[in-house]
Design a protein around this ligand. Structure first.
Ligand code: SF4
Ligand code: ZN
Ligand code: ZN
Length: 308
């Protein structure tokens, strides 16, 4: 079957939610165009930004780095750097760090690796060991990684922090918060974070309108050196169950993930109005920005210290 866009080359991908069949070149271009549109729509970057890209080594983050690199070529005053956080989960990140380094070398992008051990004095494995059997590693990992990324981006002088959250991640987060009975927390789920504090680097999500299946295909067709290795704690996460559930729904009803995301965008203003403006303070323990008195990371780390 020929590509429905150019009509010249053989199609390699059928986009069920739009009905298009695309050749490799048109597919890559269409993903890049969608990311550009998302960046423009939400005003994610300014011409002189120093953009730190959080690159874990998986297909999503390498796709993000590659696409931002291409876009950034047209803005010579902006700069791109890559940050990888090593959580300290056995040797899980070892291969990823090597592969990210290879891509960064190829693109001429600085690559910086920060570890939980350096920043917190604990690896995630230490935290899991201290937490016992019922422990949920991903809840800790997510909070600690978020703070580590902000710390690293700030230390490296970045003005924006780009994370590779895809449409799937966003739809999963929406459902997870509903399942946890915590819908008000969703006010923070935005393509550009709107918290303002001198110690907070603004987070942006240029892939929020790209389904995960398409970042995977992009990474494959663009020959990016990603790793498929799964975190050994991933099976313990509620997110994993929600992912399977949403993928089943998407298969039966193409476009479900877009619908969830867009429906949420429509109700977010009402959630924000309920919460009102949130002011950030500095955590009394570590000084990082937080809406309360003690940041979430310090609360979790305190629990671990008291547990030992
Ligand atoms: Fe961290 Fe959970 Fe992801 Fe593993 S699966 S890297 S523990 S958030
Ligand atoms: Zn084509
Ligand atoms: Zn703190």
């Amino acid at each position: 079957m020929l590509c429905t866009k150019c009509g010249k080359r053989e199609a390699v991908y059928h986009r069920r939610y739009s009905g298009e069949s695309l050749c490799s070149r048109c597919f890559l271009q269409s993903v890049e165009e969608r990311v550009k549109r998302t960046i423009n729509q939400y005003g994610m970057f300014e011409p002189k930004d120093r953009i730190a890209v959080a690159v874990s080594g998986g297909k999503d983050s390498l796709t993000l780095l590659q696409i931002l690199y291409k876009i950034e070529q047209k803005f010579p005053k902006s700069e791109l750097i890559a940050i990888t956080i090593d959580e300290g989960i056995g040797d899980y990140r070892r291969e990823a760090i090597k592969l990210v380094g290879q891509l960064c070398n190829r693109l001429g992008v600085e690559h910086h690796v920060y570890t939980f051990r350096e920043i917190y004095g604990y690896t995630l494995d230490d935290v899991v060991e201290a937490g016992g059997v019922e422990f949920k590693p991903c809840s800790y990992c997510g909070v600690l990684r978020r703070r580590a990324l902000n710390f690293a981006a700030r230390e490296l002088g970045a003005t924006k922090l780009a994370v590779a959250h895809t449409l799937d991640d966003e739809a999963q987060t929406i459902i997870m918060n509903l399942l946890r009975g915590d819908p008000l927390r969703l006010a923070r789920l935005k393509p550009v974070s709107d918290f303002v504090h001198p110690r907070l680097v603004r987070r942006v999500k240029p892939l929020c309108m790209v389904p995960e299946a398409e970042t995977a295909l992009y990474a494959y067709l663009a020959r990016l050196p990603y790793t498929n290795r799964q975190c050994p704690y991933a099976h313990k996460a509620l997110r994993n169950e929600v992912r399977i559930f949403l993928n089943r729904l998407e298969f039966k009803h193409p476009s479900t993930k877009f619908t969830i995301y867009k429906a949420f965008e429509r109700i977010r203003p009402a959630i924000e109005a309920t919460i009102g403006e949130v002011k950030l303070n500095e955590c009394k323990i570590c000084g990082e920005p937080t809406p309360g008195e003690i940041c979430q990371a310090c609360k979790l780390l305190n629990k671990i210290t008291n547990h030992q």
